[in-house]
Design a protein around this ligand. Structure first.
Ligand code: PAN
Ligand code: ZN
Length: 183
């Protein structure tokens, strides 16, 4: 049987088992500027990001996914993923930058970290850290994520409170600011 593989040049999974498309309408209440988001939904409801994953549920297995995060902003806040904890909190993850420029935001309790992502950059997301990706560039930001098959995804608490920081555009650059809705 032919084995599954990822072509890093193409940045695409040939034989993915799951595909998720998140449009503006899937991101209600995730951004500060809901009015800007609603306008965007009426004006064609663009895709914010796409995920192509090969998933294996088993404990000793690995799942892996390519995310294509489109460029854009809602108000002054860059397009981003929803962000999540792993359902099994003690499961870590590895992120590998493939294309474009972004930030990886990680948070555990009050501890918050972020790191710039680009092609060839490999970043470990330790267990217990919620994580979100943000596209701070002008083109697609593409990355590969590898995680334990039994990690699971818990979106609830991030959907409710967000992260302690938001990432906005300021004078042509990205700026990491306190989230006014945090707490
Ligand atoms: C990634 C993410 C992917 C989409 O594969 O699931 O980038 O982000 P959300 O899941 O937050 O919408 C990962 O971290 N998997 O565990
Ligand atoms: Zn994850």
């Amino acid at each position: 049987m032919l084995s599954n593989y990822i072509d890093l040049e193409k940045g695409i999974l040939e034989n993915y088992t799951e595909n998720v498309i998140r449009r503006a309408s899937d991101m209600l209440n995730f951004y500060q500027d809901n009015e800007a988001l609603e306008k965007m939904i009426k004006n064609g409801n663009p895709t914010i990001y796409e995920v192509y994953a090969v998933t294996h549920e088993g404990g000793g297995e690995l799942s892996y996914a390519i995310t294509i995060l489109h460029p854009g902003k809602v108000g002054n806040e860059y397009f981003m993923t929803k962000g999540h904890y792993h359902e099994k909190r003690d499961r870590g993850e590895l992120y590998i930058g493939l294309k474009g420029n972004g930030l990886l935001l990680m948070q555990k309790g009050e501890e918050i970290r972020w790191i710039e992502m680009e092609r060839g950059k490999i970043v470990y997301v330790p267990p217990y850290f919620a994580h979100r990706s943000i596209n701070t560039g002008n083109g697609n930001f593409v990355f590969l994520a590898i995680y334990p098959g039994d990690a699971g995804h818990d979106y609830g608490s991030i959907a409710e409170k967000g992260f302690a920081k938001i990432v906005i555009e300021e004078n042509g650059n990205y700026a990491v600011k306190d989230n006014p809705r945090w707490k």
